[in-house]
Design a protein around this ligand. Structure first.
Ligand code: ADP
Ligand code: MG
Ligand code: MG
Length: 883
């Protein structure tokens, strides 16, 4: 088998579309090499080898060594240097690279191939002993830490001791001999810690690093990251071995990270950061404050430092050319890593750049307008979950706020929460239901879990491309990075800024769009839904087939949903309308009544309220369809609590408190979810549904008259399991309709349908459809009743189920396609057989879940209905479902 693919010198054995085999980094290095871009030569060991490694007790196939040797020889030839050569040594980096970028993987080892002999060759070539020994000590430290697992702080401590001993403050003040001595100390440390001498031969070093990359695929960090991002363990990682180029050989050297467009705003401006005379991850690690690449970036960040565009104009021009070239080639925003060695530019990585939700939207819409991609591609590029963030609140610009300091606007959005200082604490606090802001000097991959649960992330060090910034943007978490005015003391659990000292648990607000760090909590406002968002939604609406309605019962929700583009109400839950203090007493009086007459008396009081509710809703909805579900929950949910409430009800009903208590006790059920609820209420007390139907018809007639819009109410009967139940309830409603029409001298078109939320209803859907004009799949209850799992009690064991892979996703969040989905499909089929034009929709939580929307498209439902904030997400998901 072929395990190794080479690249460099204008050619490559791999290609960008070979990510599965070569990993993202390897595939794109190959592609860049083939495009003729300056890429240091190297080779990639495939992800298949990783799989082989784990399938075979962590061993390699026999032929691997020869393939690696041949590839290495190719690199030596291209780079005109030899691995381990005392005069002209080739040095390499060993870099991991999975299909998807994975922060949990082994860190890159640089300068590999140095030992006491080759370092002399490096010094001879560079004519710089200090550079030679500095590179050597970096290598021993990195290798010791990353490959051999020795705590980095042990090395740092030796370095500090060296500086103390020499009486200097800065690394840059140390001389070549000092570094040389430190190399010795580092190696002694390695030997003490591991019981083995530091590997001297470059080949030994290389195989050690390769083994560490494959080993890191199963480390805790990587496993956690895969779990959070649904990456299967079977993918494996590749290893890239690549000739070193040096950004730290002097002031004509540099290293940097750049984006072809601004990853925070999406603006079509070159954006990035670099450091002169630096190596590797120095930019990302936040050790020195990086400089901006372009003047545009410098202006945006109000940076006092000169931009690369000014300092190295010719190299900037070259890099800008590559930027254009790569963007046109990949037709998406790229995130590039580069190094400049003695005024020569080298490309070390390119990949699709992570971006904020706002940037994602702007880039997709802009690129479609520029003709780089078409509209459908633009639509497919937006993750519906990302869209969610754009719909959420931002800080109210008019609110008073006490700005403590400003950092970099690393990931937009507003977040308030209580300060914690470690990722572990963030996780603990979040588990207890608290909202936290994670404050760190800088973050590292170990912090992923805590970053994930934090409302916002604040760092005092690092740039726009620091770990915190990149990860936060990926997660959609607001982040202010590099707030240099803040001093964080994690051990004392304090954060001081200016004269203010904040402690763990104090409340802080971050504005990730401006970089402001604000004391206390600040009120928020809704974002505007115009501009690029509006444009994308227009494109989306052109191609989707599914209609999108909303679940709403309050005027406010209905208005929000209309603003978000809802095409009607798919579920108006009438029970929520009875909790108002003015109504609840009558409601209680009604449910506790001991006779039909008393019940009707109480319902009389409720009728005008209920009618007014519908007048408001119908007015807001302006002729769009509104599905009203008649009373559904078990009556005990409305019971009075405490003596005062009991007395109030007794008075209204003209009985004694004891009598009320007795009646209330009778309503208690062992399993209310499967008890006296849904249409069972209407069957036992038809007068309840009569009142509701009357309110609906009277309101619809009133609004039709005053508004001139025709209101077509859709009345929905809940929890039906048999045709007889449905038919009886429909008869009650039809009778009320006739009465109202006669009294008002007008008629009205209306529909009566049912919710399908019991397996039995799905199984006999053909019978129910004889008289039902629509079905709405109530997938919340249908999931509970199909799985035999209570949504409110299943949390703890469902988590175990998901860990064990029994259910891949939470079936209450994303529809269980095989089980619940099969029932939906069956009921839809049976319903259509009886009544070909039957209207079919879904109104559970699933209506706003993109995967479930895809399912609804696949079974050809007419609409999905979801909460107002999810309406745009469902519109987008519906469009993506037909692509
Ligand atoms: P990550 O996956 O964390 O981005 P990389 O493998 O890209 O890790 O390595 C991190 C950094 O190390 C690169 O951005 C680059 O600056 C430096 N680096 C890696 N390989 C080389 C090389 N061959 N020559 C010079 N620098 C390198
Ligand atoms: Mg890294
Ligand atoms: Mg990289």
């Amino acid at each position: 088998a072929k395990w190794v693919y080479t690249f460099g010198d204008g050619q490559a054995e791999g290609r960008a579309d070979m990510k599965n085999l070569l990993g993202g980094k390897g595939a794109n290095l190959a592609e860049m090499a083939s495009l003729g871009l300056p890429v240091p030569a190297g080779f990639t060991i495939t992800t298949e080898l990783c799989t082989y490694f784990y399938d075979n007790g962590r061993t390699y196939p026999a032929e691997l060594e020869a393939q690696v040797d041949a590839a290495l020889a190719h690199v030596e030839q291209v780079m005109d240097a030899k691995f381990g050569d005392p005069d002209n040594p080739l040095l390499v980096s060993v870099r991991s690279g999975a299909r998807a970028s994975m922060p949990g993987m082994m860190d890159t080892v640089l300068n590999l191939g140095l030992n006491d002999t080759t370092v002399e060759g490096l010094i001879k070539r560079s004519e710089d002993a200090r550079f030679g020994y500095d590179s050597y000590r970096r290598f021993v430290q990195m290798y010791g830490n990353v490959v051999l697992g020795i705590e980095g702080s042990h090395f740092d401590q030796l370095l500090e001791e060296m500086k103390d001993d020499r009486g200097v403050d800065l690394d840059t003040e140390l001389k070549a001999e000092d570094w040389k001595e430190l190399v010795g100390a580092f190696k002694a440390l390695v030997e003490r810690e591991t019981g083995q001498p530091f590997p001297e031969t470059p080949k030994q070093q290389m195989w050690g690093a390769i083994g560490a990359v494959f080993g890191s695929w199963m480390n805790k960090r990587a496993i956690t990251y895969r779990k959070l991002h649904d990456i299967p363990a079977s993918w494996g990682t590749a290893v890239n071995v690549q000739a070193m180029v040096f950004g730290n050989m002097g002031d004509d050297c540099a290293t940097g990270v750049a984006f072809t467009r601004d990853p925070a705003t999406g603006e079509n401006a070159f954006y990035g950061e670099y450091l002169v005379n630096a190596q590797g991850e120095d930019v990302v690690a936040g050790i020195r404050t990086p400089q901006n690449i372009s003047l545009a970036g410098k202006a945006r960040n109000q940076s006092p430092l000169p931009a690369m565009e000014e300092v190295m104009p010719e190299l900037y021009r070259q890099l800008d050319g590559i930027r254009e070239r790569l963007e046109r080639h990949y037709t998406d925003m790229q995130d590039m890593e580069f190094t400049i060695q003695q005024n020569k530019l080298w490309m070390l990585q390119t990949r699709t750049g992570k971006r904020t939700s706002a940037a994602s939207l702007k880039i997709a819409v802009d690129m479609a307008r520029e003709g780089l991609i078409d509209q459908t591609t633009a639509i497919s590029r937006i993750d519906p979950a990302q869209l969610d963030q754009l719909l959420h609140p931002m800080l109210d610009p008019k609110a008073d706020k006490q700005v403590l300091t400003k950092g970099l606007p690393a990931s937009p959005g507003a977040a308030s929460g209580q300060i914690v200082f470690t990722a572990d604490e963030a996780e603990d606090w979040a588990k207890r239901g608290l909202k936290v802001i994670l404050a760190r000097v800088e973050t590292s991959p170990e912090d992923i879990g805590g970053m994930h649960v934090a409302e916002g992330i604040l760092t005092s060090r690092g740039g726009m491309t620091s770990h915190a910034a990149v990860v936060a943007r990926g997660m959609g978490t607001p982040c202010v990075a590099g707030a240099g005015g803040i001093r964080i003391d994690a051990s004392a659990k304090t954060l001081s800024v200016g004269g203010t000292v904040l402690k763990e648990g104090d409340t802080l607000t971050l504005d990730g769009a401006t970089g402001e760090v604000i004391a206390g909590e600040v009120p928020t406002i809704q974002p505007e839904l115009t501009g690029d968002f509006g444009t994308l939604m227009e494109w989306v609406d052109k191609i989707r087939r599914l209609k999108v309605r909303t679940n709403a019962e309050t005027p406010e929700d209905a208005r929000t949903a209309i603003k978000f583009g809802a095409q009607g109400i798919g579920l108006c839950r009438t029970e929520h309308m009875f909790f108002d203090p003015k109504r609840i007493t009558h409601m209680r009086q009604m449910i506790l009544a001991d006779s039909e007459a008393n019940r009707r008396a109480a319902l009389e009081h409720l009728l005008p309220y209920q009618r007014q509710d519908f007048v408001e809703l119908f007015t807001i909805m302006r002729g769009l369809p509104v599905t009203v579900r008649l009373l559904d929950p078990p009556l005990h949910e409305f019971l009075p609590h405490g003596d005062a409430e009991v007395a109030e009800v007794a008075q209204a009903a003209g009985t004694t408190p004891d009598e009320v208590r007795r009646a209330a006790a009778q309503l208690s059920e062992l399993n209310p979810m499967l008890g006296h609820r849904g249409c069972r209420l209407g069957i036992t007390y038809p007068e309840i549904y009569e009142m509701q139907a009357q309110a609906i018809f009277e309101a619809a007639i009133e609004v039709s008259k005053t508004d001139g819009e025709t209101v077509v109410p859709e009345i929905m009967i809940p929890l039906v399991g048999t045709q007889a139940e449905f038919d009886m309830m429909k008869a009650v409603i039809d009778q009320v309709a006739q009465k109202v029409f006669a009294a008002s001298g007008t008629t009205l078109t209306y529909q009566v349908g049912t919710m399908i939320e019991l397996p039995r209803a799905a199984l006999v859907a053909d019978a129910i459809a004889k008289n039902a004009e629509f079905f709405s799949f109530g997938t919340n209850d249908l999931t509970q009743t199909t799985l035999g799992m209570s949504r409110d009690d299943s949390g703890p064991f469902l988590e175990v189920y998901r860990d064990k892979g029994i259910y891949e996703k939470d079936p209450f969040a994303s529809i269980d396609v095989d089980g619940v989905g099969a029932l939906v499909e069956l009921a839809a089929e049976k319903g259509r057989k009886t009544r070909p034009d039957i209207k079919l929709g879904i109104c559970g939580e699933h209506g706003g879940d993109p995967a479930s929307v895809h399912f609804c498209e696949s079974v050809n439902l007419d609409y999905v209905s979801c909460s107002p904030y999810r309406v745009p997400i469902a519109r987008l998901a519906a469009a993506q479902a037909v692509l």
